[in-house]
Each structure stands twice: as structure tokens, then as C-alpha cells.
Design a binder for this molecule. Sequence first.
Ligand code: CAO
Length: 438
Amino acid sequence: MAKFEQRVPDLGDFKGVEIIEVLVKAGDSVQVEQPLLVLETEKATMEVPASQAGKLLELKAKTGDRVSAGDVIALIEVGDAPATPSPPPSPKGRGSEAATPQEMAVPAVPSPLPVGEVARSAGEGATLATLPIATTPGSVHASPAVRLFARELGVDLTRVAGSGPKNRILKEDVQAFVKKVMGGAQLAAPAGGSGLPQMPVIDFSKFGPVENKPLSRIRKLSATHLHRSWVLVPHVTQFDEADITDLDAFRKESAAEAKQKGIKITMLSFLLKASANTLLQFPELCASLAPDGESLVLKKYVHIGIAVDTPNGLVVPVIRDVDKKGIFQLAEELAAVSEKARVGRLSPPDLQGGCFSISSLGGIGGTKFTPIVNAPEVAILGVSKSQMKPVWDGKTFVPRLVLPLSLSYDHRVIDGAQAARVTTYLAELLGDIRRLLL
Ligand code: CAO
């Protein structure tokens, strides 16, 4: 049995290079070219492979140590064969399974920046210094061994959080990631072929205490739906304001009568009615794109979804034939359906068949927002809190109750001019109660 002193090979111009990862331990059997440890310069990382196969008797260096060419880093028992050192490691000398320098250097996220020295020769006489793994912005920070390991498992390293020095991705990080995925953990939904990079998985507990709160079934379902709509629908939001001073006065007058019937009338019932009227006026608003994108499916019914905030997340029950119903009936149905939503008693038919949606945050606050179209519908009306504002009547400023409207629409179906006509029409309806009743 002979002892072989494993030394740091030629590092080019580098001296006192830090060991950032030790990949083996005393007692391990090592193969020729097996990476033993990883060095990191300011510009790049590089592995030191074993020059001889055998049993690793002793490691002479540890993570954090600084080494230069010729330093002994390990003792390897090499069996009966004479312990002659092999030629300095070169890219060619690496095992066939090892990644090529080019492969190793490719950033996991394509980067237009040069990828360091790897662009130089990687031929026969190359030293380790010509095999850096570039750590340019946009690339992941991992050793070739970890990259190879990840590639074998089909893991996209941009999605793995690194727990090593300088957020370096370690083999254990890849293993933990795979475990999490195999365990059914919900990661950010894939980009649906859009080619967008995934969100990196970050271990927030590194920064402070955290708690993992599982998402409700409704929240997960609506997340998928919202994400799909957000990605697939080219959104534009048109903002407007309606003077609802007279309408609100009328609402309050009607409230007493409604109360006797056990009904509470909020602005939303009037918005439902006004929206139904608007949909009849603008049929493209009450439509869906045919799946082949060749035509519009114009709906001859006026069913409107109402976004309801529940403890378990957002649901959008549908009120049917809004155009055929009066304000009292709409207020009654609205109260019933939102109560049903909040206690989790909605059935699938309650949620289907909508042509258009309304999301009212008026009872909460805010001045305007950009709702996400509830695809395959083509538009959604967001309503914020009404406020008394000074409005110029041509001679003087008068206090008027103003309701902010936010109409988000699918620009493939509705043009900006059309959207402006829609909100103008809607604002006029809400501003003149007589027109609404017509
Ligand atoms: N401006 C000013 N006040 C308003 C208003 C508006 N636009 N809309 C409602 N209000 C008032 C109501 O008059 C009521 O006042 P009182 O308590 O004094 O009578 C109060 O706000 C509460 O109204 P409400 O919210 O209970 O009733 P609603 O009919 O307006 O809305 C519902 C019902 C189910 C839509 C609502 O409760 C809700 O869940 N809203 C949230 C919807 C949501 O989450 N949208 C976001 C989707 S995108 O994430």
C-alpha cells in the first residue's frame, strides 16, 4: 500500500484560493478525476479532482482554508500500484460523465454577459484556471458537481435556494428541493409555455422567524385561475367616475321600504342593474372569444358574477338574468349568495355561466384598482369607495358623491375607445337614475 499526496494543481495566476466546499471525507473511496473539493476565486469556482484512485486516508484542508498550487490537500492510499502522480488535471482528463466546461459555464438563466474565462481554451494543456464556472449576474452559484447532479435529476437550479457560503447551492439543497417537489409541495405555477423564468425558491427562515400556513383549497384554485387570466389576457384598465349623488339619495329613500321586506339595499344592486343595461348596449362586453380565436361568442343572456371576499378566499357566484330583475330582488339575491359564499355552501352551478363580473371594494376603501378579467369573460368592473368631492357645475363647485369605476378588459376583444364609451355610458346611467329605470 502506498500513500499518495494529493496536491493542488496549477491554478494559473491564482494563489491563496479559498476552499468553499469539501466534497469527500476521510475513509471514502475515491476515483481518478472525482472532485474532492471546490475552490473559489473572485471570478470563478473550480473543482480539484483526485489524481489517483484509492481510499482517502486524510484530508489536509477544510472549508475556508486558502490554498495555492502544490499544497497537499489529502492523503490517498493507492493500493499496490506505485503512487505516481497523474498528469495535472485537464478538462480532457475528466470522466465522460462530467459536464463539459461549456456546459458547466452556461448560466441557468441565459445571460447576455460573457461567462468568464471559460471562453478561453479548454484543450489538452488547460489548467484548472481555464475551467471556471462563471458566476456572472443571472447565473446560479453552484459547483460543477452540483450542476451535474442537478442535471441528472432534471432540476432547474434557478429554482433552488443555496444555503452554502455566498448563497452557493449545495448538493443538499438540490436534494431538499427534489424532496419538496416529490412531497407534493406547491411551487409557483409553471409559466404555461410563456418562457418566463421561475421564481427562485427562497428559504425565508434564514432572515427571521417564519410560519408555514397552508393555502385553502379555494385560494389554490383561484390562484391558478387568476394566474392563467393574468398571463393569457392582454389587460387594460379604464378608469372613470360616476356622480351617484342622486342615485344614493334614491337608494336611501328606498332603504326604508326595503327594510320592511327584510332587504338591505347597497349600491351594488344598482351597479348590477346598470351593468346589465350596459351589457345589452355593448354586446361585445357580454361575450367570450371562441377557443380558436376566430370569432366571438355573443351571449344572449345577462348573468353577472360578483366577487365575494370569504374567510377562505375569493369566490365569484353568479346572479342570473340580472336584466330581468328589479332592484329589490337583486339585493335579496346578492345578500343570499354572498352569505352562501361566506359559509362555503356554494355549489358548482352557483359559480358558472357568468358573462361579466363586478368586484366591489366600496365597502372597504381605496380610490381605484385594476381587477383581473375573469376569463373567458372579457371584462370586469371594479368599484371603489364613493366619496364626496367638489365638482364644477359651470358656475361653482358643488359637493357631489362620486363613485370610482375601474373597467379591466381583454384588449383582444375590446378597444380602448370602446372601453371609454362603456364607462362613460355606465357613469351616465348611474348619474341619472331615470335612465337606469328605463
Ligand atoms: N362606496 C361607499 N360605500 C359603499 C360602497 C361604495 N362603493 N359599496 C358599499 N358601501 C357600503 C355599504 O353601503 C355598506 O354600508 P353600511 O354598512 O353603512 O350599510 C358597507 O359599505 C358594506 O357593504 P358590503 O360590502 O357589506 O355590501 P356590498 O353590497 O357593497 O358588497 C360583497 C357585497 C359581497 C360584494 C362584499 O361584501 C364583498 O365581499 N366585497 C369584496 C369583494 C372583493 O374581495 N373583491 C376583490 C376581488 S379581486 O381580489
